[in-house]
Design a binder for this molecule. Structure first.
Ligand SMILES: O=c1ccn([C@@H]2O[C@H](COP(=O)(O)OP(=O)(O)O)[C@@H](O)[C@H]2O)c(=O)[nH]1
Ligand SMILES: O=C(O)[C@@H](COP(=O)(O)O)O[C@H]1O[C@H](CO)[C@@H](O)[C@H](O)[C@H]1O
Length: 330
C-alpha cells in the first residue's frame, strides 16, 4: 500500500463490530447537538424474504427505543414480489422508483434507486443498507453514523467486514465479495492507489452527508458504489472519507453469471472515470456490451447484455429537488 493509503487506513478506519463497541446514547446526544436528521435508505428489488425483519429491527432499536433514525425508506426498485407490501407492513416508508421525480423517467438498477432516494428523503445524513442482509446488523447504522456525528471533516463512510459466502446452501466463512476481490480491488489499486486502504470498496452499506451526495452523479446500475467512491474522492479528498469495521456481513448471494454482469458494470464505470479526470482526455468508451457463455451439452451458447455506464447527474442540478417538489404520487 502506498504511504498515503496506509496513513489513511490507519487514521480513518474505526471499529464498530458489535453493539458492545458503540455508545448509542452518546451518538444520540451528538446528533441532537449537531441538529442532524438521519435518513436510512434500503434499495430493494425482490427482497420480500429479508426486508421485513430488517425494517422491524431498525425501527425497534433506532426509532422506538432510541431516536437515532428519523426516516426509514425502502425504495422499491422494479420488484416483482411483495417487497413493498412487506416493507410497509413492517413500518417503513415505501416509494417506487417510478413515483419519484416522475418527470425524469425511470431507469433500471440499484444506483437509480439510490439517486431517487435523495429526492424522497430529508435527512442531512443518509445511510444506505442493502435489503438482503442476513443476521443481526443492528450495529450497522450507529457504526456508520459514528464518524459523521463526531468528525465534521468526514463526508462519507463505508462499512467494511468479513464476507462469508453462502452458495447453494453451502456456507463458507470467506469468499464473499467476489466482484470486489476479482475486479474492483485490482482496478482501484491500479488506477487510484490512494483508495487501496478501502477494505470493501463495493460494500452496500455506507453513509454520507447529503451536502456531498447531492453534488455527485449516481451511476444507475451496480457501478454506483465504485462511481461514488471515485467521485467523492475527487469532491472532498481522501481525508473526507472514512471506513468502519462492522464485523461480518452476510447476504443472499447471486450466481457467478449475475456477478459477471455486475463486474461488467463496475469495469465500465471505472473506465469511464479513469480518463475523464485528466484534462484533454475523453472517457474511455467501453463497448458497453458483455458476452457470457454457457454450455448446453453440445456446445457453447453465447449471450450478450448491456453493461454500459448509465448515470444520473448530481441531484442539485434537478430543479424539482431544489424546490422540494419530487412529485411522489400518493
Ligand atoms: O436493480 C436493482 C438491483 C439491486 N437492488 C438492491 O440493491 C441491493 C444490492 O443488490 P444485490 O443484492 O443484487 O447485490 P449483491 O449484494 O448480491 O452484490 C439489494 O438490496 C437489492 O435488492 C435494487 O434496489 N435495484
Ligand atoms: O462486493 C462484491 O463483490 C459484490 C458481490 O458480493 P458476493 O460475492 O455476492 O458476496 O457485492 C457488492 O457489490 C455490489 C456492486 O457494487 C453492491 O451493489 C452490493 O451492495 C455489494 O453487495
Amino acid at each position: 500500500m502506498r504511504p498515503d493509503a496506509r496513513a489513511w487506513f490507519e487514521h480513518r478506519t474505526t471499529s464498530a463490530a458489535s453493539l458492545a463497541e458503540i455508545d448509542p446514547d452518546a451518538l444520540v446526544r451528538a446528533k441532537r447537538r449537531g441538529g442532524h436528521r438521519v435518513s436510512v435508505v434500503l434499495p430493494a428489488r425482490d427482497e420480500e424474504a429479508t426486508v421485513g425483519r430488517l425494517v422491524t429491527d431498525l425501527r425497534e432499536r433506532w426509532m422506538a427505543r432510541l431516536p437515532l433514525i428519523d426516516e426509514l425508506l425502502v425504495v422499491d426498485s422494479d420488484s416483482t414480489d411483495a417487497t413493498a407490501q412487506v416493507a410497509r407492513a413492517a413500518g417503513a416508508d415505501v416509494v417506487a422508483t417510478t413515483d419519484v421525480l416522475p418527470g425524469h423517467g425511470t431507469r433500471r438498477g440499484k444506483g437509480e434507486a439510490l439517486w431517487k432516494s435523495l429526492a424522497a428523503t430529508t435527512g442531512d445524513l443518509v445511510v444506505f443498507l442493502d435489503a438482503d442482509l442476513l443476521g443481526d446488523v443492528a450495529h450497522y447504522v450507529p457504526g456508520l453514523l459514528g464518524p459523521l456525528l463526531t468528525d465534521p471533516q468526514v463526508l462519507y463512510v463505508k462499512g467494511c467486514y468479513t464476507r462469508p459466502l453462502e452458495i447453494d446452501g453451502q456456507a463458507r466463512p470467506a469468499g464473499g465479495g467476489r466482484v470486489t476481490e476479482l475486479t474492483a480491488r485490482p482496478l482501484l489499486n491500479a488506477l487510484w492507489p490512494e483508495l487501496a486502504g478501502f477494505v470493501q470498496p463495493l460494500g452496500g452499506e455506507y453513509a454520507g452527508r447529503r451536502s456531498a451526495l447531492e453534488q455527485v452523479p449516481f451511476v444507475s446500475g451496480y457501478g454506483v458504489e465504485v462511481g461514488l467512491l471515485v467521485d467523492l474522492l475527487r469532491l472532498g479528498g481522501l481525508s473526507s472519507l472514512a471506513q468502519v469495521d462492522l464485523g461480518v456481513r452476510r447476504h443472499t448471494s447471486q450466481s457467478q453469471e449475475a456477478l459477471g454482469a455486475m463486474a461488467g458494470e463496475v469495469v465500465s464505470t471505472v473506465l469511464a472515470r479513469a480518463e475523464c479526470g485528466r484534462p484533454g482526455h475523453q472517457p474511455l468508451t467501453a463497448s458497453g456490451l458483455l458476452t457470457q457463455f454457457r454450455h448446453d451439452g453440445s456446445g457453447f451458447v453465447p449471450s450478450s447484455r448491456a453493461v454500459g455506464v448509465d448515470e444520473r447527474p448530481p441531484m442539485v442540478t434537478i430543479a424539482e429537488y431544489r424546490t422540494g417538489d419530487a412529485g411522489m404520487a400518493g
